[in-house]
Design a protein around this ligand. Structure first.
Ligand SMILES: Nc1ncnc2c1ncn2[C@@H]1O[C@H](COP(=O)(O)OP(=O)(O)OP(=O)(O)O)[C@@H](O)[C@H]1O
Length: 301
């Protein structure tokens, strides 16, 4: 059973087609990236998934069927626009919000204490929320998202305002949740975090699905335009089929001209008798793929 099954959903606001026949599935036990440039339709898609908006057409199944009140309690959502009560202490605020999520008072208190310790906020529990730093407030929001031990977590920019130590702590936590079989959908513009964390992803642009699948397959699909070469000696200044040669730390990156394959370049270098220590097809970064996809149009079915 998929955790989320989105089938051909569309949503229009006036003249704006915010979401256009989007389909994807998210499985239990995976961290799934929901990506796209500003205004692509990610938040609208999430709101449809969470039954905040009705789609104009298409269907969503969540945790095996239609959304219910009971299912809402199995979901943790960290939205883009966040709100915590500012004039009460962190401890009171977290306990209050934990109880709103259905935890009994003693259960809420124990869980909040445990999570404040995990998030390194325990020493700040008597501070008013408005006296907390941006990163601390972000961690408090993450506590609220996870406090009721949800089966499905949907988080928008989980690392915003976090320093590298806290970013690492949150990444470890997300991996732990994934390994326990939880489903995590992550919206972020930080592609290196997606590369590190996500098993699969969907990339939306102008409301349409542009890429969908396993990260490793997507990177392989976009490879082939660059090769990394470490020769024993210098490379010739010109190589047929190579449009540009850049120096890398200990070798070269060859940018291939259109219609040229890495195999053709390798054959040419070998025929020229150039001894090589390393020859490798470079996998593009997700950043490079993202820019390529959103600056040229194309759509997967
Ligand atoms: N309530 C609304 N009323 C009118 N238009 C809306 C509404 N919500 C979203 N839109 C429009 O729909 C499009 C998609 O917006 P959406 O918020 O889903 O994008 P996003 O991918 O989440 O962007 P970002 O990365 O900037 O948060 C945008 O053009 C936006 O202006």
């Amino acid at each position: 059973m998929s955790s989320i099954k989105v089938n051909q959903i569309s949503k229009r606001f006036g003249n704006q087609q915010a979401v256009d026949r989007v389909s994807f599935e998210v499985e239990p036990g995976e961290i799934f990236g929901l990506l796209g440039p500003n205004g692509a339709g990610k938040t609208t898609s999430i709101r449809i998934i969470l039954d905040i908006f009705k789609p104009d057409s298409g269907e969503v199944e969540i945790l095996g069927g239609k959304m219910t009140d009971e299912k809402k309690n199995q979901i943790g959502y960290l939205p883009e626009e966040r709100g915590l009560y500012q004039d009460i202490t962190l401890e009171v605020c977290l306990n209050y919000l934990a109880r709103l999520k259905g935890l009994k008072p003693a259960e809420a208190a124990a869980r909040v204490e445990q999570m404040m310790k995990r998030f390194d906020l325990y020493d700040h529990r008597k501070k008013k929320v408005k006296e907390l730093s941006k990163g601390m407030q972000q961690k408090a929001q993450l506590i609220i998202t996870l406090v009721h031990d949800p089966q499905l977590v949907i988080i928008d920019e989980p690392f915003s305002a976090l320093d590298p130590v806290n970013t690492q702590m949150v990444k470890d936590l997300l991996r732990e949740e994934r390994d326990k079989g939880k489903t995590i959908v992550m919206c972020t513009h930080q592609m290196h975090q997606v590369e590190e964390l996500c098993d699969r992803l969907v990339l939306i642009n102008h409301g349409k699905v542009m890429l969908y699948g396993k990260l490793s397959d997507i990177r392989r699909q976009y490879s082939g335009q660059e090769v990394i070469v470490h020769p024993l000696n210098e490379l010739p200044a010109q190589i047929p089929g190579v449009s540009r040669i850049d120096r890398d730390n200990s070798g070269y990156i060859l940018h291939l001209a259109d219609q040229t394959t890495p195999q053709a370049i390798l054959k040419n270098l070998v025929e020229q008798g150039i001894p090589l220590e390393r020859f490798e097809v470079a996998l593009p970064t997700l950043d490079e793929i993202f820019i390529q996809v959103v600056t040229s149009r194309g759509e997967v079915s």
